[in-house]
Design a protein around this ligand. Structure first.
Ligand code: AHM
Ligand code: MG
Length: 334
């Protein structure tokens, strides 16, 4: 009989990959799973329960928050806080990081960075959205207050990262640095089951995802790259297909499964692009690399960028390795 591994079983089975594992990371991943189920439940009912629309406030980036943004943030914060596995949390929706200091957090070793609901412009129109998370071990000693330096670590220090994609199915995809695995939620049973083991980008991709409406603002290298992907070259499968949803999680997920490249470059109006290094670029970069892909700002490996502030942005080019390298070539020529 076919064996259906649940996410819970998989997390426990793979705990042994960590020589230092004391079960805390596993417990933390289980808490993210639990919060993900709660957010999923809200999203599925959003149209019925008057939680679509704007919350009437702005987040730290000056973007208006949707009610579900606020709700997803509250669910993740309270679930992760109540279970005691982390000593701090930073969220795209909160101005400052949170420090947890109750007795249950005394020995907590980890901090979490989260984009509770990514692609929120798509919520009200029933298009896929996601949650992105990134986990680091704290730098400051256990038992002390978490500090900014615990949050401003480069992506290559991530212990785990992943996302939930609330699409035609809800899937949780994560890595702990030992490959990427995806688990599809069965709402009838209430469990996630391993459906996408050891995900790798296919060797060749021919999809590109970029907001071409910003074309005039892009750097010369990106403009030339976009023209190149649109040129006819049968041997190289060009022109590529364009697919862009406005939800990073959806575009990344499709590109990872089918092959493709996602670009959110810097523009004249946004000198470092739009995406946030800590909540969006780093976790996706970790997943991409673990799936055999690559993530770059056009010149440097995303995961080597030293963050200077919590809500810092970075230009982001991510996908099949060869595709990203081609885009870098165009950037570096200019
Ligand atoms: P958000 O976190 O406020 O939802 O913004 C991030 C989103 C990404 O998911 C998406 O790829 C991008 O912003 C779309 O931006 P644009 O509408 O400028 O193309
Ligand atoms: Mg986002």
């Amino acid at each position: 009989m076919e064996r259906h591994t649940t996410l819970g079983e998989f997390i426990i089975e793979n705990q042994k990959d960590f020589p230092y594992a004391k079960g805390e990371l596993s417990a933390l991943l289980s808490s993210i799973k639990l919060a993900g189920k709660m957010v999923n439940e809200k999203i599925n009912k959003a149209g019925l329960s008057q939680i679509l629309g704007k919350a009437g406030q702005e987040n730290i980036q000056g973007e208006s928050q949707a009610k579900l943004d606020v709700m997803a943030n509250e669910i993740f914060v309270s679930t992760l806080r109540n279970r005691g596995e982390i000593c701090g949390l930073a969220s795209e929706e909160l101005e400052d990081y949170l420090v947890f200091e109750d007795d249950i957090h005394k020995n907590a070793e980890y901090i979490v960075l989260i984009d509770p609901l990514d692609g929120s412009s798509n919520i009200d129109v029933d298009i896929t959205v996601g949650t992105i998370f990134s986990i680091y071990r704290r730098i400051t000693p256990k038992g002390t207050k978490a500090e900014l330096m615990d949050f401003l670590q480069p992506g290559n220090k991530q212990v785990a990262a992943g996302y939930l994609i609330y699409g035609t199915s809800t899937i949780l995809v994560y890595t702990t640095g030992n490959g990427v695995n995806g688990f599809t939620f069965d709402p009838g049973i209430g469990s996630f089951f391993l459906s996408h083991p050891d995900i790798k980008f296919p060797p060749v991709g021919n999809t590109y995802s970029v907001n071409e409406g910003n074309y005039v603002h892009f750097p010369q290298g990106i403009k030339k790259y976009i023209k190149w992907v649109q040129e006819l070259n049968e041997e190289e499968n060009r022109p590529f297909t364009s697919r862009y949803t406005g939800s990073l999680v959806a575009d990344f997920h499709r590109n990872m499964l089918l092959g493709g490249i996602y670009l959110y470059p810097q523009g004249t109006t946004a000198p470092k692009g739009k995406l946030r290094l800590l909540y969006e670029c780093n976790p996706m970069a970790f997943l991409a690399e673990q799936a055999g892909g690559k993530a770059s700002d056009g010149f440097r490996r995303i995961m080597e960028l030293q963050p200077e502030e919590l809500h810092e942005r970075a230009p982001f080019i991510c996908g099949n390795k060869e595709m990203v390298e081609k885009a870098e070539e165009f950037m570096q020529k200019e």
